[in-house]
Design a binder for this molecule. Sequence first.
Ligand code: PEP
Ligand code: CO
Length: 459
Amino acid sequence: MTWTPSDWRKLPAKHIPEDYPDAAALEAAEARLKGYPPLVYAGEVRRLKSRLGDVAAGNAFLLQGGDCAESFKEFHPDNIRDTFRVILQMAVVLTFGAAKPVVKVGRIAGQFGKPRSSPVEEIDGVELPSYRGDNINGMGFTPEERMPDPNRLVQAYSQSASTLNLLRTYSQGGYANLANVHRWMQGFVERSPQGARYEKLAEQITKSMEFMAACGVSPATVPQLAQTEFYTSHEALLLGYEEAMARVDSRTGDWYDTSAHMLWIGHRTRQLDHAHVNFLSGVKNPIGMKCGPGLKPDELVSIIEHLNPEDEPGRLTLIARFGAEGVAEGLPPLVRAVQKSGRTVVWSCDPMHGNTLKTGTGYKTRPLDRILSEVKQFIDIVSAEGAYPGGVHVEMTGQNVTECLGGAQAISEEDLSSRYHTHCDPRLNGEQALELAFLLAEKIEAVASAAGTLQRQAS
Ligand code: PEP
Ligand code: CO
């Protein structure tokens, strides 16, 4: 039986809206998208898969980050630039910590649809459908806004296309120059109240840049230093849109989802016999899957076999999201089962979605210390099971928002209301994201040097 992009329609599907008032208008919007140009090309997607294959083999590190939900309202070139800039800064820091190339993947240029814990929202006795992401309905608490609107699919496509266009310019046109990124990172170290803590690593990076320049290796002489590879990703939630973006690659005859380089399956939609797993099993993109509470080890192995029957390196990234309090219990059985199965995966850590809490004043937030704690535990646990902790997946922005607690600026509960702009979950701001990168770099270095010591002792 050959797979087709519409097979998912025959299967149970969670978190896909069924209340579009005009089915014909939805069909028409999807048909329009089918005729639109792909956003990414199969060759790029294959290159990302091969880079992720390097991560799976322990030879590179994956950094995936961006908004929880992009929105039409926050669509602005400065926001795209700032997110891109912080990801590059984080990558430079991580490259030094891990002494490995960092594969950079944005949650951007298509990250709109959101699974919600409840299909309805109630305010002051009024009940309306929940907000489901700007590609589906609007955030305003009115019946009109909350009605799913198919025109939003086309608007999301067009926003994704412009975003991607700007990202391609930034990554190839000189903005990503290593010398720039280094300067930004130094600026952060000087400004940060905890800067002294990061000085050693920052100094090492500066020294290496100077050494390279003295050897004649600079962005002026080596064009690769003035460019970077940057990939896009989002949760493949709204399958009507993803189906409309599926194209056959003329070179290989394979299906690719051309809405992004990498797609992932969320924590709420990863049932083996349901629509989302079916759709992603048929396209050749690198796939991520969130792994959190409730996922059974043998269920995980079955999903892996289904999504990656040929055990292709880089095809599958498992993104653990248990929370700082649940990871020590939840993660080891999964890593053990995958190790036992002999399957090739990338292990990444999403330290955001298991660490969300609500303050007394009603803000959804995440304390940075819990985020850091989960990442550290993740590295120890995965390493202890003999696997490679290969990546992180974070919700962050380059904007100076006040959505997550803590960090060098010590954002408190009272501060949250000052710049709380997210359309869904709370994001790390630029400084908090960099702090995470520095701490992660320290941790990876420490684990690697401890392993090196053990190896030396053994030989
Ligand atoms: C997300 O990544 O925004 C998300 C909804 O995560 P999860 O599926 O892990 O809950
Ligand atoms: Co989120």
